[in-house]
Design a protein around this ligand. Structure first.
Ligand SMILES: [Zn+2]
Length: 250
C-alpha cells in the first residue's frame, strides 16, 4: 500500500529519467536510503529541481510503498550546502562519504546512527573543516556497518589497552609492541599513526573535526584505511577513484 510520508533527508545522487523526470537518491533519517522519481523536475520552472540538487537537505513529502521507487510530491524546508556544491574538492569528499554509506545498506534499510554521522560529516566539510580527516573518520566508523568489526580498544593477543600499537588487517585490529616480532601481517605503522586510527574509529561524532594533523600522518592513515577497505570489503567505487585522481598529496 502506498502512502504519503514526510521524510527528513539529504539528496546525494541524481540522474535523468524519461523526458523531464529525474531519479534522485535521498538518505533519510528514519526510512533508510530511498530512490525517488521527481516528475517534471527538468521543466524550466520546476521548483522540485532546485530542491533536489545534490547536497540539498530538509523535509520532503514522498509517496511510497516502502520498497522500489518512491516519488517526490513536494517539500517543506529545504536548504543547500553551498560550500560543498560550489567546491570541487569538498564535493568529491562529500560524494564519496555518502556513496560509501549507500553501499553499506540496502534501500529502505534503517541506517540508524550513520545518518547522524553523514549529516555531521557533510556539514563539517561544508563549513571548511579538513575533508580528508572527516572522511577518514567516517571510513573508520563505517567499517562496522560493513560487518568488519576491527578491535581498536585493546591488543588482540594480550588485551592490553595502553602502550604502543600497530594494526593487522589479517587479525582484524590492533596488536601491542610485545608481539611485533611474531606478527608479520602488521602494517608497520608508526605508533602515533595507529593511535590516530584508534581515535578515528572510536571518537564520538560530536568530537568530529577537532583533530588537526600533519599531511604526512594523514597520508599514512589514508594508505592504511585504503588497504583495510581493499582487503576486507573491496568496493571499487567511482567516487573513490575520482578522489584519488585529484592527488591532493602529490
Ligand atoms: Zn599485546
Amino acid at each position: 500500500m502506498r502512502e504519503l510520508k514526510e521524510v527528513q533527508g539529504i539528496v546525494f545522487k541524481r540522474r535523468k529519467y524519461k523526458d523531464t523526470d529525474l531519479i534522485v537518491k535521498i538518505m533519510t533519517k528514519n526510512n533508510g536510503i530511498i530512490s525517488l522519481i521527481v516528475k517534471g523536475a527538468m521543466r524550466p520552472k520546476s521548483k522540485l529541481n532546485a530542491a533536489t540538487l545534490n547536497f540539498s537537505y530538509g523535509t520532503y513529502v514522498i509517496y511510497t510503498s516502502g520498497h522500489g521507487l518512491s516519488s517526490l510530491r513536494t517539500y517543506k524546508e529545504v536548504k543547500q550546502l553551498d560550500g560543498i556544491y560550489d567546491d570541487l574538492i569538498k564535493n568529491a569528499y562529500a560524494s564519496f562519504i555518502l556513496d560509501l554509506i549507500d553501499h553499506a545498506f540496502v534501500e529502505y534499510q534503517s541506517i540508524g546512527k550513520y545518518y547522524d554521522l553523514a549529516d555531521f560529516a557533510i556539514h563539517k566539510i561544508n563549513e571548511g573543516v579538513d575533508p580528508e580527516i572527516i572522511t577518514q573518520i567516517v571510513q573508520m566508523q563505517l567499517l562496522t556497518a560493513f560487518g568488519v568489526q576491527p578491535e581498536l580498544h585493546r591488543c588482540l593477543i594480550c588485551k592490553k589497552a595502553e602502550g604502543i600499537f600497530d594494526y593487522s588487517i589479517k587479525l582484524g585490529g590492533i596488536i601491542c609492541s610485545d608481539h611485533f616480532n611474531d606478527v608479520q601481517s602488521r602494517l608497520y605503522l608508526k605508533p602515533k599513526q595507529t593511535a590516530l586510527l584508534r581515535t578515528m574509529g572510536l571518537v564520538p561524532i560530536e568530537r568530529l573535526g577537532k583533530i588537526s594533523l600533519q599531511s604526512e600522518t594523514k597520508l599514512a592513515t589514508r594508505k592504511a584505511i585504503d588497504r583495510i577497505y581493499r582487503e576486507t570489503i573491496d568496493l571499487n567505487l567511482k567516487t573513490k577513484k575520482f578522489l584519488d585522481e585529484m592527488k591532493f598529496f602529490s
